[in-house]
Design a protein around this ligand. Structure first.
Ligand SMILES: Cc1cc2nc3c(=O)[nH]c(=O)nc-3n(C[C@H](O)[C@H](O)[C@H](O)COP(=O)(O)OP(=O)(O)OC[C@H]3O[C@@H](n4cnc5c(N)ncnc54)[C@H](O)[C@@H]3O)c2cc1C
Length: 386
């Protein structure tokens, strides 16, 4: 009930594009830990980075279900790292540009981002702590018509290869939430250095620690208003967390489909293993869990698309969908026996890629804190950008 004929056509063409242009390169990118630049430009040429962006800056201004299809299909090619590099660019840094940047900054960074000519990243997490966003230590000190940024960030997706960085920093270090602002920082600015981090999964994407040593940027690179950075970050978390919930149901759905196919072909004790009741019941459970999350996520996507501020629901989506995906993928791997553990089969990569779901973009513990405040204490969060 959420998809039109146009949505289906988009899904089919994007799926074909991924099979033709991306899948042949995935193993190499997973091994190298680098995604070659040409594919960013191809995504840009096809309009995939501008699905929800205004036409004025080169976007397509489409409803959120195109984004949802984009996310689901990216999960089905089984490289969480490639998918993360793409959706982080399109929906983390670009969400800040879309909502808070001036017309001039949009022309300079948003349009080339939509075209795939400039890659961006979002730098919030710091080595001293990520969950406590307001406790960040990076500072931006106003001097004349510039800001000078000092500090460090870590675990930043696209942190090595990005051409610009959306950076949160304290403009008033004495304040917690109210002292934070958001900036766009060009990679060419002096004093930025990045170190690539090695990690369990998402191996195709680059993840970096970044330091800012007296980095001078023009004052007009402030996004939105000074002191409102925390509110902007929290507002965009609603979409980011729903994205991570959608990603989770999509990869779990792929795992179930793969497992069903596999047990229909694999034989043991003179029959295909899909005749064993233990495995059939396992699949029944897995398929039910996927469906419950998927339908919930679709309904929240609809509400977000209609302009509802879905803080609680997006937190619930990420909390339960990522847990469900870990469980389903763990079980799917079991159904493949020893082959599940082999790199030639998809479940090994999927298992390690899935594990980030309950950590990145707000850990499950932090999501439970938000949900508990809303359902127990009756706390209400209001959007800062209307
Ligand atoms: C692969 C990868 C990609 C990432 N990409 C980005 C990115 O592009 N940009 C970006 O800014 N960040 C990114 N992150 C960072 C991610 O969002 C943080 O890792 C996450 O928010 C947790 O912060 P932390 O790692 O500092 O953990 P900590 O905050 O140190 O937490 C450690 C543990 O303590 C728990 N904890 C903390 N506070 C509480 C509390 N109040 N109550 C109960 N438990 C609590 C946490 O849940 C966790 O289990 C990425 C991380 C990874 C691993």
């Amino acid at each position: 009930m959420y998809f039109t004929e146009e949505h289906h056509i988009f899904r089919k063409s994007f799926r074909e594009f991924l099979q033709k242009e991306v899948v042949p390169h995935i193993n190499k990118w997973e091994k190298d830990g680098t995604i070659e630049r040409f594919i960013w430009e191809k995504f840009g040429e096809m309009g995939y980075f501008g699905l929800n962006q205004p036409e004025e800056y080169g976007g397509l201004n489409l409803d959120l279900f195109y984004t949802l299809i984009f996310l689901e299909e990216l999960q089905r090619i089984n490289s969480g790292g490639f998918a993360a590099a793409m959706w982080a660019h399109a929906y983390l840094n670009m969400s800040h540009l879309k909502a808070e940047a001036s017309h001039e900054i949009k022309q300079k960074y948003l349009t080339p981002s939509i075209e795939g000519k400039k890659i961006g990243c979002l730098c919030i997490t710091e080595p001293f702590g990520g969950s406590d966003v307001a406790g960040m230590r990076t500072t931006a000190t106003k001097k004349g018509n510039t800001y000078i940024i000092n500090g460090s960030k870590t675990f930043i997706t696209n942190g090595i290869y990005s051409d610009y960085l959306i950076v949160s920093a304290k403009t008033n270090p004495k304040e917690k939430h109210k002292g934070m602002s958001i900036f766009v920082v060009d990679r060419t600015a002096k004093g930025i250095s990045s170190t690539k981090l090695d990690k369990l999964g998402w191996r195709a994407s680059d993840t970096a620690e970044i330091s800012f040593d007296n980095v001078v940027i023009p004052a007009e690179n402030l996004l939105g208003e000074e002191g409102k950075g925390f509110g902007y970050i929290m507002q965009h978390f609603a979409l980011e967390r729903l994205i991570m919930g959608i990603n989770a149901h999509a990869r779990a759905e792929f795992a179930v489909e793969y497992a069903i196919k596999y047990i229909g072909e694999r034989e043991a004790f003179g029959t295909t293993i899909n005749k064993f009741q233990a495995l059939r019941h396992k699949i029944a459970e897995m398929a039910s869990k996927v469906d419950m999350c998927k339908e919930y996520n679709y309904s929240i996507a609809k509400r977000l698309n209609d302009g509802v501020y879905v803080v609680k629901e997006a937190s619930m989506s990420k909390l339960l969908s990522t847990k469900m995906a870990d469980e389903v993928i763990y079980d799917a791997l079991q159904l493949l026996g020893g082959y599940g553990y082999m790199e030639d089969y998809p479940m090994a990569r999927m298992l390690r890629d899935s594990r980030i779901g309950s950590i990145g973009g707000g850990t499950s513990e932090i999501l439970k804190e938000i949900i508990a405040k809303m359902v127990i204490d009756g706390k209400d969060y209001k959007p800062i950008i209307k």
